[in-house]
Design a protein around this ligand. Structure first.
Ligand code: IVH
Length: 668
């Protein structure tokens, strides 16, 4: 490998990034891309002095900094004047037309992404500065962080000078996923994608920033070697050299066209993957912009059109109590249906009971609710109290009557009647059948509900007693669908592995990763059951703890499950029905760069975790579910939970990034 070949590989990968993030037209597969970027990591590890600032490897993020350097602008960055309705906008249109005299303007109408403003400076095609707006005159240098943002290329396709502004944002689906992971880890949810994006870009540790799935769309060429005479032409140039531009910029000339374009957005704003807080209307021609000039605060040639607020008030009709598979009892507000910019909202999440108490909610209250994109509506507070009784935190499970408990230090309230509670039974059966668990084809949520309410099934073992004749009698079932479901259940029984069965049982903290070494040690459900019976609790927990990746918490949960009379009866019932798959013995790879090393993989990575696990195993390494002294590495992806990193630090386990893992696999 020569230095020139290294630079060519950097350029090649940059081009693939631009094709993916700018043109939405990748020309190689993800696998091929990963292979090339692994190769790049290897070369860089072997030749550290070669690494260039624009290398795609630099988007992983590097050493933290102590503060952001201030950058002063010669010409301050202006913000935009706002309009909130068509009358305001008409006044702007008339001012522009009057200001231009005999010339007619062409307007660009663009989505106003609700993110965080950024200004990128490229010199001879290289990214040299990414600065925040700050107070307009003085911003902050966030270049290292901006490099981690998808779409911010380190180098343009052409060696031109360019200063361009845009928005950094987090997509709605990514935001929902991040919050779901926070909820699962019992951590407080982030408020909205904008706060998360701006909070992330202002972190001092770029490695933390790299964990957030941030993207950018650029919208205003401020300076540079462009021969464009107008705004849209200058954006087309930016796109050509490899920068992401909105695909939704439209033009309008007459007032009617402008008004119609604005109207058309009312129904489209939810269709975009990111949140919009309005539109921006700009005069296109640079000469006309110059003619119109600026006030001390705003350009006279552009204006923001803010969408109407998505906060509305409605009445709380009731409080529904939801019971999850593992017994978590959560409140949901049932609302008088209300229209929030085109969609009807009739339920809102209240997250947890502390939130209900904090807001002091009661039946009949008028409350302010907010809906952002497809994100679940939130109750913000009471605008008019009904004066009636306030909702109390339940003390008993509304379905089975068991006293609710709160695990130490956790906000979640739970029903501990794990197998006896009908609500949990339903969720447990759904989970058992689902993809990734027992994979029973054709057994979705609705059918499980139907089977449970017809009293054909009350636990997962009952599934294996079902007959086609029983199913045919049910609504929505015909001869062939009944036969298919029975065949699906038989097939699942035949093809399952013990580790999947173990995970499908839904024992606390025992998923596929944790289940695998336990399954490997005992080989079958029957053997595990017998092993529990042969020892007392303390001895069995100690035995489990000897397995790599199994700690006290998991071991205790497994022990408790098999000693619980209801669970033990269920296990016997499954065995009696022949549900006892064996665990295939995995071929151990003895030559690879990771032989003898144990990994825990956590957080969001560039590909699904099972694939990362496969890579590790292919290199001879082992993946376990929880961090212990026996673990060698914690591979931390985006949004890694604090508990895992704390456990790693405590146990002296090295925390590495996905790129570092790839370097280990490659042996560099
Ligand atoms: S143009 C002088 N275009 O909205 C031109 N801004 O104050 C100023 N924004 O902070 C900006 N989408 O972060 C422009 N298509 C767009 C935009 C946009 C979002 C943000 C920008 C700015 C704020 C307006």
């Amino acid at each position: 490998m020569t230095h020139a070949a290294y630079l060519a590989l950097v350029d090649e990968l940059l081009e693939h990034n631009r094709r993916y993030y700018v043109d939405s037209a990748p020309t190689i597969s993800d696998v091929e891309y990963d292979r090339k970027s692994k190769q790049l990591d290897q070369i860089e590890a072997a030749n550290p002095s070669w690494v260039v600032a624009w290398s795609p490897s630099q988007r992983i993020g590097h050493a933290p900094i102590s503060e952001f350097v201030k950058v002063e602008r010669a010409v301050p960055m202006l913000s935009l004047d706002n309009s909130y309705n068509l009358d305001d906008l008409r006044a702007f249109y008339d001012r522009v037309v009057k200001g231009l005299g005999s010339e007619t303007p062409i307007f660009s109408v663009e989505p106003k992404i609700d993110g965080f403003g950024i200004e990128l400076t490229y010199r001879a095609g290289e990214l040299v500065l990414a600065a925040t707006r700050g107070d307009g005159k003085i911003g902050e240098d966030v270049t290292a962080n901006a490099r981690t943002v998808h779409g911010v290329t380190g180098k343009l396709r052409e060696p031109i000078d360019l200063v361009i502004r845009g928005e950094i944002y987090i997509r709605k689906d990514d935001f929902v996923a991040i919050n779901a992971a926070r909820v699962a880890a019992n951590e407080e949810e982030y408020k909205n994608p904008r706060n998360l994006a701006s909070g992330s870009i202002k972190q001092l540790d770029p490695r933390e920033v790299a964990k957030r799935p941030m993207r950018t769309i650029l919208y205003e060429v401020v300076d540079g070697e462009t021969v464009a005479r107008g705004h849209l032409e200058s954006l087309a140039l930016a796109k050509r050299v490899g920068l992401p531009i909105s695909e939704h910029n439209a033009t309008a000339t007459t007032w009617d066209e402008l008004a119609a374009t604005i109207e058309s957005w009312q129904n489209r704003r939810d269709d975009l993957p990111y949140e919009l807080d309005g539109l921006v209307i700009k005069v296109d021609a640079f000469e006309q912009r110059a003619q119109l000039g600026t006030t001390s605060k705003f350009p006279r040639w552009a204006i923001a059109y803010k969408f109407p607020a998505r906060q509305v008030t409605t009445i709380i009709l009731d409080l529904e109590i939801n019971i999850g598979r593992t017994g978590a009892v959560t409140p949901v507000a049932i609302l008088e249906p209300v229209d929030v910019s085109g969609t009807t909202v009739s339920r809102a999440s209240l997250h947890n009971w502390d939130q209900v108490a904090r807001l002091g909610l009661g039946k009949g209250d008028r409350v302010l609710i907010e809906k952002a994109g497809e994100i679940i509506p939130q109750v913000l507070g009471i605008t008019e109290s009904s004066g009636g009784a306030r909702f109390a935190t339940p003390t008993e499970c509304p379905v089975c009557g068991t006293t609710l408990e709160r695990a130490e230090g956790k906000v979640v309230l739970a029903c501990t009647n794990r197998l006896g509670c009908p609500a949990q039974q339903l969720r447990t059966i759904e989970f058992f059948a689902s993809r990734g668990q027992m994979n029973i084809d054709g057994l979705g949520e609705k059918i499980v509900e139907q089977l449970v309410s017809a009293k054909l099934v009350s636990d997962v073992a009952d599934l294996f007693d079902l007959t086609a004749a029983q199913l045919e009698k049910l609504e929505r079932f015909g001869k062939s669908s009944a036969k298919n479901l029975i065949a699906g259940i038989a097939e699942a029984k035949k093809t399952a592995t013990f580790s999947r069965l173990l995970s499908a049982l839904g024992i606390a903290n025992v998923g596929r990763t944790v289940g695998a070494p336990i399954a490997a040690k005992y080989g079958s459900l029957r053997a595990l059951r017998d092993a529990v019976a042969a020892k007392d609790s303390a001895a069995f927990v100690a035995e489990l703890c000897e397995i790599e990746g199994i700690g006290e918490i998991i071991a205790t949960a497994v022990d408790a499950y098999f000693r619980d009379p209801a669970a033990a009866a269920l296990v016997d019932k499954l065995l009696a029905r022949g549900v006892d798959p064996i665990e295939p013995v995995a071929a151990v790879n003895t030559n690879g760069n990771l032989v003898g090393k144990t990994f825990v993989v956590t957080g969001t990575l560039s590909k699904p975790r099972p694939e990362v696990q496969k890579d590790i195993e292919a290199a001879g390494g082992k993946v376990v579910g929880s961090v212990s002294k026996k673990t060698n590495y914690l591979v931390a992806g985006a949004d890694v939970g604090q508990a895992k990193t704390e456990a790693a630090t405590k146990n002296g386990v090295a925390i590495i990034s996905e790129a570092e893992l790839n370097a280990l696999i490659a042996g560099s």
